[in-house]
Design a protein around this ligand. Structure first.
Ligand code: COA
Ligand code: MG
Length: 289
């Protein structure tokens, strides 16, 4: 999964448009992009869209962003859409493994009620939206087999800490948000799930988006969230391993399987040892998916 496009959960028009965007996943949003007065309507519109798409092949993965656990709305969000079989849920303002387990249980109950096989619905979490969230990043590992990815978020974190901005023109995220971004990478690696880069809100500036994608990929992110269809092709392009990268990964894996008893090999004048083998295997696993 490379691109995950947010779509307000009360907009059938944008949902239709998003289907043709080329995004690997859509995040149908019941949270911040939906006004409090429209929450109920958004649940119904989202459930109807999911039901219509349920059996179709070749479509993006369909995820639903529920409201945060402290709103008291999460359980009803899950119950409203589970019968329409979403591929997964996105938990905003997540605060560690305990919050994942809380959502996990709500989902298991809803799956059972609906006759859906236990555990088939995934969880993704946005894990740096509160200051407290940052102090729980080491608790995601082994929290739930449903957990498939962790994303960082800057907008809500700005509000939580009272920051005037989270990024500066040209230089990107400011110091507190660079820390959140880096910590999220370590948390995702520790939990053995995908590291997902945050949204680029300035959706007309596609050059800056491309730079940001490049930096994210360089540092280990394998996906990025989007808010506008125009962002999707760039994200897909940057997060697809290049043919040269895939070829090199294949060569590294082949060299080690041809020499199972060595710890280090040389290819074209460069040294490769175990960490390089792991990296190569990860690249090939992404390509296979
Ligand atoms: N998904 C699907 N379609 C989208 C879309 C999205 N996220 N964002 C824009 N579009 C559609 C618009 O509806 C429009 O189609 P139309 O002319 O047929 O109606 C077309 O793409 C061009 O949109 P544009 O005029 O460039 O932008 P806009 O002013 O209509 O919308 C936003 C701007 C920010 C309101 C919109 O991109 C959006 O809703 N993004 C998602 C916001 C969200 O979910 N935020 C929560 C997570 S941070
Ligand atoms: Mg938010």
């Amino acid at each position: 999964m490379r691109s995950m496009l947010f779509v307000p959960g009360d907009s059938p028009r944008k949902m239709e448009k998003a289907l043709g965007s080329g995004a690997d996943a859509l995040i149908l949003d019941l949270e911040d992009s939906v006004a409090p007065s429209a929450k109920e309507a958004a649940r119904n519109i989202t459930a109807a869209f999911l039901a219509e798409q349920a059996g179709k092949s070749g479509r993006p993965a369909l995820l639903v962003r529920v409201n945060a656990l402290d709103t008291g709305l999460t359980g009803a969000d899950v119950d409203a859409v589970m019968p329409s079989r979403p591929d997964g849920f996105v938990l905003p303002k997540a605060e560690g493994g305990a919050s994942i387990q809380e959502l996990h249980v709500m989902m298991s109950v809803a799956e059972a009620h609906t006759g859906i096989e236990d555990g088939v619905t995934d969880i993704f979490a946005i894990a740096t939206e509160t200051a407290r969230g940052l102090f729980t990043l080491g608790t995601y590992a082994h929290s739930s087999p449903r957990l498939k990815g962790l994303a960082w978020g800057a907008e809500d974190l700005s509000a939580d800490i009272g920051a005037e901005t989270n990024r500066l023109p040209g230089t990107g995220a400011t110091e507190p948000f660079r820390i959140a971004r880096s910590m999220l990478l370590f948390a995702a690696a520790d939990a053995n799930v995908a590291a997902i880069d945050t949204v680029h809100v300035d959706f007309r500036d596609l050059d800056d988006l491309r730079n940001e994608c490049g930096e994210a990929r360089r540092d280990g992110f394998t996906a990025k969230m989007a808010i506008h269809p125009a962002q999707v092709p760039i994200i897909n392009e940057v997060f697809t391993p290049s043919p040269a990268e895939v070829e090199n990964a294949k060569a590294v894996v082949a060299a080690f399987s041809a020499n199972p008893d060595v710890g280090v090999v040389a290819i074209d004048g460069k040294m490769y040892d175990r960490p390089h083998l792991r990296r190569a295997q990860r690249i090939l696993a992404r390509v296979e998916k």
